[in-house]
Design a protein around this ligand. Sequence first.
Ligand code: KIV
Length: 269
Amino acid sequence: MWGFLMSKYTVSTLQNLKNNHTRFGTITAYDAAFAKIFDDCEVPALLIGDSLGMVMQGRESTIGVTVDDVAYHTRCVSKVVKNSLIIADLPFMSYYDKPTAAVSAKKLMESGANVVKLEGGQEIADIVTMLVHNGIPVCSHIGLTPQFVNIFGGYKIQGRSEEQARKLLNDAQALQEAGACMIVLECIPAELAKEITRKLRIPTIGIGAGNNTDGQILVMHDAFGITPGHTPKFARNFLQESGNFTDAVKLYLSEVQNGNFPNDSQSFH
Ligand code: KIV
């Protein structure tokens, strides 16, 4: 009797895709109209990313995005979604300690999220565990984590030195042990992403991390060639190739599934 409450895709179905070696595409969504297109195409997961700070609000970074902002867009998306798993970002400084993380994550879950995403490595493993112990599935996010842009001194590829690569591998394993059910790997060398993916039980979702991760994610504007400002190397304009949004999303999903996207020139090494 409970089945009708769940979307078609859950954390278990994403885990099964990894177990069956089936690559999957995911995409960001911020509003009902695009979320409906993505959901009708049965995109396995939609992320209400704090990238909304840039693509929705015109900011220069994700810093400044609030839990209320993400909650608002999560409500817009969740109203129309029937198939896709909904992941919502915990924004900058909304999970700096356990009580704050609990309050922030509760708000996103009440807005319709199925999973919350947190940037950070083993330093936040205790927060991941606390959320999971309270029934909140966690997607971790390591590599070029945009909330750390001021620590990194810019949007720089991470994991290029041996020391950085070892730290990212250790982070991924610690987050899995802490209870994360999936992990985003952003802008790291394809070889490192492949190694992390091979070592982890849980699905990895890459962006600028080569085509040997279990899944991929794109900011929707990067998939449609409408990114405000600089277009990243790992973007591909599926809309131009297809002519309409639905076919663009279907092309993206199939190109991820058959391993054609991202290609070598859309990856870092
Ligand atoms: O905020 C976002 O859209 C993200 C993706 C780029 C992974 O975190």
